[in-house]
Design a protein around this ligand. Sequence first.
Ligand SMILES: NC(=O)c1ccc[n+]([C@@H]2O[C@H](COP(=O)([O-])OP(=O)(O)OC[C@H]3O[C@@H](n4cnc5c(N)ncnc54)[C@H](O)[C@@H]3O)[C@@H](O)[C@H]2O)c1
Ligand SMILES: C[C@@H](O)[C@H](N)C(=O)O
Length: 343
Amino acid sequence: MRTAVLVEPTEFELEDRPRPSPGPDEVLVAVRDVGICGSDVHYYEHGRIGDYVVEDPLVLGHESAGKVVEVGENVTDHEPGDRVALEPGVPCRRCAHCKRGDYHLCESVRFMATPPHDGAFTEYVSWPADFAYTLPESVSTAEGALCEPLSVGIHACRRGSVGTGDTVLITGAGPIGLMVLEAARAAGATDIILTDVVKEKLEFAEKRGADLTVDVTETDLDTAVAEYTDGVGADVVVEASGAEPSIKSTIDVVRRGGTVVLVGLASEAEVPFDVLELIDNEVDVHGSFRYKNTYDAAVDLLADGEVDVEGIIDFESELEDIDDAFRRSMEPTVVKGMISLDS
Ligand SMILES: NC(=O)c1ccc[n+]([C@@H]2O[C@H](COP(=O)([O-])OP(=O)(O)OC[C@H]3O[C@@H](n4cnc5c(N)ncnc54)[C@H](O)[C@@H]3O)[C@@H](O)[C@H]2O)c1
Ligand SMILES: C[C@@H](O)[C@H](N)C(=O)O
């Protein structure tokens, strides 16, 4: 099977690898669509993200969906022909975190495209059947693949307890910020503000229904939020840029008693926060890491037409053109590139 392998930073090789066989509890999936995520691009460019270092050739891609072609002997809830979205992180199921339900925090998680685990830029993937979610006819495999970033958005909104009538400020209008926008709207938020430093990203966010956009290179965020909220501040701030100034700004624009959710990964682990301001304003600060139990919700939201994920796709490329697709994904105005296979 054709497989795109990152052999060195900025260098893919197309290899012919043996097609896997499904284990007893697995499904073999012919991969159809795989999104290119910022983390894939980071591994492509730098060969590492923090402590995760690409030491051996690695298959990238963790936003994937396709068609089941074979099922293991114990699998009863999938059959060949089912179209499925693959949840990319499979936990150990036995550790303390898994047992208390926080399976996304499992320290032995096998997460696609995080070294040393291979991902989905390949023709076939064998995957645990319970981490494969059947897509109804109305949901495309491209949408199925984008259940992954949508899951990040849903989990962030759950962490912030976003609810009906809330004003939500999202910093960063990349794919994650835009997926938080979708999830927040679906959770009942009525006023959604997005920030960015790239005009085109903000224009796009506006087209996708942001009530207010703020270019933080031109406009003072505190003033804009104060004006919009009559001086109260946002109920929930979701930080989705990873930029230090943006992380710092979150506690200045959240309302007293409000919630800050940190999703963006800062390049520096330490970002100074005004602790007295946090205490005085009784602000809740939550980290948000990947997601748990979001795929069923993501598929249902897509089936009900409550969210739009396909609209963020800028281009689709074939596996053979993966180098070019990654280079295009590095352009600051590109939101989402996809690799589509016809296997
Ligand atoms: N916590 C998690 O589970 C999780 C999951 C996926 C991604 N992430 C992280 O979330 C962040 C967003 O992911 P993405 O794929 O959308 O990244 P991205 O780089 O495509 O988007 C980030 C956006 O932030 C904008 N930006 C840069 N500086 C800014 C500033 N000062 N203020 C406002 N916006 C600014 C950029 O122009 C860009 O549009 C990244 O840091 C990523 O690593 C975290
Ligand atoms: C969650 C996922 O989208 C992210 N890129 C990660 O590897 O953690």
